[in-house]
Design a protein around this ligand. Sequence first.
Ligand SMILES: [Zn+2]
Length: 298
Amino acid sequence: MLTGAIDGGGTKILTGVVADDGTVVARREELVVSRAIPDYFARCAAMLKACVAEAGTTLEALRGVGMSVPGMTDGRQVFGSPSAGWGAFSALEQLQPLLGLPAERIRFENDINACALAELRLGGGGDDFVWLTVSTGNGGAVVANGLLVRGHRFCAGELGHLKVEFDHPYRCGCGAMGCLEAHASGPAIARMAHEAGLSVDAAGCAALVREGNVTARRIYDRAGLYLGRALAQVANALNIEKAYLGGGVSRSIDLLMPALRTEFDRLVLPQCRDVTIERTRLGCDASLLGAASLFGNA
Ligand SMILES: [Zn+2]
């Protein structure tokens, strides 16, 4: 069977029709033109309908429609999204009239949680793992005993706000000091590069490391150290088997890994050290596939 999927991001919307084995049989991708909630959801619905037509099926014939959203959600309500600029609202009330499907065939999930679900069901799998996005921000999700951990208020897994620097902390977007996101995200790497006199972003800094630039190498070592510090805390708390890294900066995981692994091994309990840390193989489709996998088989 086929499932409809919407990856609703703060800057980009991706929609698809996804087969049970994770094959995306039709897809659309657009930059977000309006973040006004009615406009945004109308755009999502129109893009999904175009995918459904292209796949030669109908909305009614789908298992259902799953949507990942860039904020906390209980599956129907969104409790606000800083990246999209949304307050609290009912996502179901927005999408359901546009699709004309019964409420039980529309589900919502946080975007990073969706990535972890995709990893669980269609990716590298594992019963105990974390997903860590390293991008414009650092988001996380936790799978324990084979189940996604949503938490008391649906905000479990905020690994980007683990504190990793106490002596020279930077202020995070959340308002606190020393968060992982403030020290090992794309913007954090770019900031370290600028402070060191390099006018490059995170990707440019990675290119310099590959050319043998010693200053750039130090910056990636620093970011890797912070990631290792955060993951060691997670491993001690959860005894994870794997940590999957996603997001743009994870393309340079080979540059991060030496310092990451050294710091991780230094801080983790010996009995919790057996952790595979690798880049997701789901690429940019992780959140879309996770939205599809909200209906079980897909
Ligand atoms: Zn923070």
